[in-house]
Design a protein around this ligand. Structure first.
Ligand code: ZN
Length: 290
């Protein structure tokens, strides 16, 4: 009887979903329950949506909302209606516009999709860097200078979405933009990040040879996996290797993947603000090489 009753509820629930939203863009229940908006027209208030309106018409778009502590997180989930499982990207910074445009490009071309944090066009969400919020416990978060509160729900929710749309066997992926010749550059290294330029003639404003065009990989060993590094360098992709461990954990996505997902399959593609052309080119090169 109990079983029959649950079945009945399930049936009613899925039928109502079928009628209330675009059939073409049906989400699994755990994601539908987080969605607070899925009309592209209404979402035109967002700059990212306005800029990509024509392309987004061909994709599935939902605003995901969940609360944790004082934060009521909002993220835009964009996926391909016919090929929902594929490369899936995380975009934590709302001020990085070409990363968003590149995510739209990648989704249309390769399927899968992306999850982009919405923070009114700013890098921070109510003072919290979304890419420093992946600390699950007080012990871990307390150790991360830029995470104000532990956020187990944040990591859990984001990874439940990523893992649903990410095709099995594909790595964890992220997209960012950086500033011209800023702290993130293939010409700079630090104790925890080593730079491996793919070109002898790194030159400003020159696509793949720009110092700001780079792919981040990460891992627990002192030096990167040689075949992985050589593959990327051979493809002309400047590569930065981030050494990750519990001591240096900064509660970013890369660190969370390495320390909590038990894999080192992570790539983050970065270009400087404004260089959409190179970011698209790097997406094509990386996905082809996987
Ligand atoms: Zn960023």
């Amino acid at each position: 009887m109990k079983l029959f009753f649950s079945f009945f509820i399930l049936l009613t629930f899925s039928t109502s979903l079928l009628f209330s939203s675009d059939k073409r863009c049906k989400r699994p229940d755990f994601i539908s329950s987080l969605s607070v908006e899925n009309s592209l027209k209404t979402l035109k208030t967002l700059q990212d949506v306005r800029r990509n309106y024509a392309a987004l018409k061909h994709l599935c778009v939902d605003v995901i909302n969940f609360k944790e502590g004082k934060y009521s997180w909002k993220m835009l989930l964009v996926t391909h209606p016919k090929v929902p499982k594929g490369p899936f990207w995380f975009l934590p910074h709302d001020n990085e516009n070409e990363a968003f445009d590149a995510g739209v490009y990648a989704t249309r071309k390769y399927g899968g999709g992306f999850l982009a944090v919405l923070s009114d066009g700013g890098r921070y969400f109510q003072g919290q860097d979304p890419n420093r919020n992946f600390g699950d416990t007080s012990a871990v978060a307390g150790h991360c200078a830029n995470q104000s509160h532990p956020a187990p729900k944040y990591g859990k929710t984001i990874f439940s979405i990523i893992n649903f749309y990410k095709r099995r066997g594909l790595p964890y992926l992220a997209l960012h933009n950086n500033t011209n010749a800023g702290g993130i550059s293939i010409l700079k290294s630090s104790a925890s990040v080593r730079s491996f330029p793919a070109h002898r003639d790194i030159a400003d404003g020159k696509g793949l040879r720009d110092e700001d065009s780079l792919v981040y990989i990460a891992g627990k060993s002192k030096t990167p996996n040689t075949s992985k590094l050589n593959r990327l360098l051979g493809e002309g992709l400047n590569t930065r290797y981030e050494l990750v461990n519990g001591q240096t954990n900064d509660c970013s996505l890369s660190n969370y993947v390495i320390l909590n997902r038990n894999t080192e399959r992570y790539y983050n593609i970065e270009t400087q603000h404004g260089d959409l052309k190179t970011q698209k080119e790097m997406i094509d090169i990386l996905l082809k090489s996987l």
